[in-house]
Design a binder for this molecule. Sequence first.
Ligand code: GTP
Ligand code: MG
Length: 262
Amino acid sequence: MNMLFIAGPAGSGKSLLTSTLSTWIERFEYSVCKVNLDPASELLPYVPDVDAKRYVNARDLMIKRGLGPNGALLASMDELLNYVVDIKTEIEDCRADYVLVDLPGQLEVIAFRLPGPRLLQELAEGSKAAVIFLIDARLVSKMYSAYALLLLALSTTYRLNLPMVLAVNKVDLVVDLTTYSNKKLYEKLYEALPIYRLLSEYGECPSVITGESFLDVSVSVQLCEIFRQFIKPPTPISAREAIGLDDLITEIENVVATYKEG
Ligand SMILES: Nc1nc2c(ncn2[C@@H]2O[C@H](COP(=O)(O)OP(=O)(O)OP(=O)(O)O)[C@@H](O)[C@H]2O)c(=O)[nH]1
Ligand SMILES: [Mg+2]
């Protein structure tokens, strides 16, 4: 069983990817279990096989405990930990080749507080697991925002302690996909999105950030070198147009195969 946690900032396309990727995987005769782990989700673009909202509903907690939306989500994740065995049993009962876990968009509750990483670790135990970290293509159209999102992705990996595949989603919004071919797409993205210049091996780090305004150029150069050591250029995808999903699965298979538990 491959357990893929779909993470990323709010609105990056996690739920739509859960839907599109499951349809795409099923076409290859593999079975998929779709898990909604967002207790605050309202409308989902797929029918979950396992739904955290059956156990904990953030909206109900808001009303019952007089909490605001953020506090209710934090409280929901604490509550969910009490049901981790039930959720895991439901997932195992799916007996699926792939489990796609759609996570809440508030990265704070997933990665930066105690219950999130614990919940994911317990669900992942015994499976081959990886995190797909989605970045909205429109948010990395400037070099400084590419830095910020890569730092966020790296810190999320450290907190979750799971292998990660980085994907830039919504590429349909930044490049014209009508003449789509893999090579052309990468060329266009290299021009359109600085994150590809930053992470590709063409051009040394100092030349890549020339002309950009940074708080500290030497730190930025060092960070660029660190990024290149740990992060491959992200897989470009469009959850809406079902583009790049074959490359995404290949990347996932690669990181899962090289990952050693513990
Ligand atoms: N054009 C385009 N729109 C997309 C793509 N992926 C997602 N969207 C849209 O982006 C919006 C947010 O998508 P969701 O799937 O709800 O994003 P999410 O990450 O699950 O959002 P939260 O759970 O609220 O954090 C929706 O309007 C989607 O239709 C894409 O590849 N291309
Ligand atoms: Mg969602």
